[in-house]
Design a protein around this ligand. Structure first.
Ligand SMILES: Nc1ncnc2c1ncn2[C@@H]1O[C@H](COP(=O)(O)OP(=O)(O)O)[C@@H](O)[C@H]1O
Ligand SMILES: [Mg+2]
Length: 423
């Protein structure tokens, strides 16, 4: 491995190991730091894929868009569709071709600014910025994302683009989002990559970008109503709110108690590709949870989320929309709070062939009570009917929950039509 093709991986202030990448072979290499292995600290941070051995380990089966040749736990630190569009824009504004950047080099831009607690060195130098104006950011993002109108990009000021790059590229997912920290006392808002202390509330904000566009409506408000529904259904989520009655802000579970929390998605933990159907089932996520030895209440909670997603027609329940969170005191894993619960389709468009990302009893469509009861049996879920009834009860409050939010009647009606009654 050439020296500039190696970076180091850090967690909780410890060097965990070295990571290499061979662009021609599209293979990556990982070697644990012997001192870390010998310390026997945090032995369970990577339960799968990495063996706890001293020699170099080679990974050549994680090629492709999802993992980009990297070990999946590390690939979890890279942005997804939205973050990569912004990253590319910013990178190319510095007159460098995005195509030429390796995933390893991109990790040096993630550095100590990524989601979760993993950090990478060396740290690529990025100018500092400190103020945030959400409206300005939305404006800049609108220009960056308006791919039809390419000339507008050239007018972007460096500072605006830098800001958007810094706070918009860490989180995964396809929709526009930024990370911000809001001071608990002064209310001052700063970029989300600067502080993780308890003096701030750390938010992931999903931005409403489409106001006034034809055939569009505010999806972030819908996600907010789903959050209200999830609360009624007894699902565990981070406290969330609307900013300016339009953007969906949710507290980050990877920034709690003034510390970074080590989190991985179901896809990142296991190497199951979230874009492929092969491993995408609720049974697998539940088996993974059992294998991670999460407490029983988390198994029950996963079942509850599955029912919620069926009843509320959230078919975008893929393997990156479920995460686990590591407890460094006990060296063990728990289910992370739920996120990305929403109506994922646009009611104004016609779709053909859409189906649920995670199968239930080998089915991705027209899920019945028999299907979910099979899962309840297999995983010894207590009181499944009670869970289902509570969630269906919440769905009856849908209209009521949407009131005062200025959502078009048609949108409310059309989404409600998609709700499913299991019992
Ligand atoms: N409250 C949260 N705290 C920490 N990380 C989160 C939170 N909500 C989402 N994430 C992470 O950010 C990613 C993107 O968020 P998500 O809501 O799934 O956006 P999208 O709709 O673009 O998929 C998720 O895959 C998850 O890893
Ligand atoms: Mg998502």
């Amino acid at each position: 491995m050439a020296k500039n093709n190696i970076i180091t991986v850090w967690l909780f202030g410890l060097e965990i190991g070295k990571l290499g990448y061979d662009i021609d072979k599209k293979a990556s290499y990982f070697q644990y730091n012997p001192a870390f292995l010998e310390s026997s600290q945090y032995t369970n941070i990577f339960p799968y894929i990495f063996k706890r051995i001293k020699p170099v380990q080679v990974f050549n089966k994680f090629e492709g868009e999802t993992f980009r040749g990297l070990p999946p736990m590390i690939a979890d630190s890279l942005p997804d569709r939205f973050g990569n569009i912004i990253f590319k824009e910013w990178f190319e504004a510095k007159n460098k071709e995005f195509k030429k950047i390796t995933p390893l080099e991109q990790l040096t831009y993630v550095a100590n600014r990524g989601m979760g607690a993993l950090e990478y060195q060396p740290v690529a130098k990025i100018p500092k910025t400190s103020t945030i104006n959400i409206e300005e950011i939305v404006e800049v993002l609108n220009k960056v994302l308006d791919l039809k109108n390419e000339t507008s990009e050239k007018e972007l000021s460096n500072i605006a683009l830098l800001n958007v790059f810094k706070i918009g590229t860490s989180a995964g997912g396809a929709r526009p989002k930024i990370l911000i920290s809001e001071h608990k006392e002064t209310g001052k808002i700063i970029p989300g990559d600067m502080e993780y202390s308890d003096d701030y509330n750390h938010y992931l904000v999903k931005l409403c970008m489409n106001e006034g566009q034809e055939k569009e409506y505010n999806r972030e408000k819908i996600e907010y109503v789903y959050y209200l529904m999830a609360q009624k259904a007894g699902i565990q989520m981070m406290p969330s709110k609307l900013i300016d009655n339009k953007h969906f802000a949710t507290l980050r579970y990877d920034r709690q108690n003034g510390e970074k929390q080590h989190v991985l998605t179901a896809s990142g933990l296991t190497g199951w590709d979230f874009k492929k159907p092969d491993d995408a089932s609720y049974e697998n996520v539940l088996k993974l949870a059992l294998d991670l030895k999460v407490p029983y209440k988390d198994i029950q909670e996963l079942f509850r989320r599955m029912i919620f997603n069926v009843v509320f027609a959230n078919i975008d329940d893929h393997l990156k929309n479920h995460s686990f969170i590591y407890n460094k005191e006990t060296d063990s894993w728990n289910l992370a709070p739920a996120y990305d619960l929403t109506y994922p389709l646009n009611i104004n468009l016609n779709y053909s062939n859409v189906s649920r990302a995670l199968s239930i009893n080998n089915k991705r469509n027209t899920i019945t009570i028999e299907d979910v009861m099979r899962i309840a049996e297999e995983f010894a879920i207590k009181n499944p009917i009670g869970i289902i009834k509570k969630i269906q009860g919440a769905s009856k409050k849908w209209k009521e929950a949407t009131s005062n939010l200025q959502i078009q009647k048609k949108v409310i009606r059309e989404i409600e039509k998609e709700f499913v009654e299991l019992v």
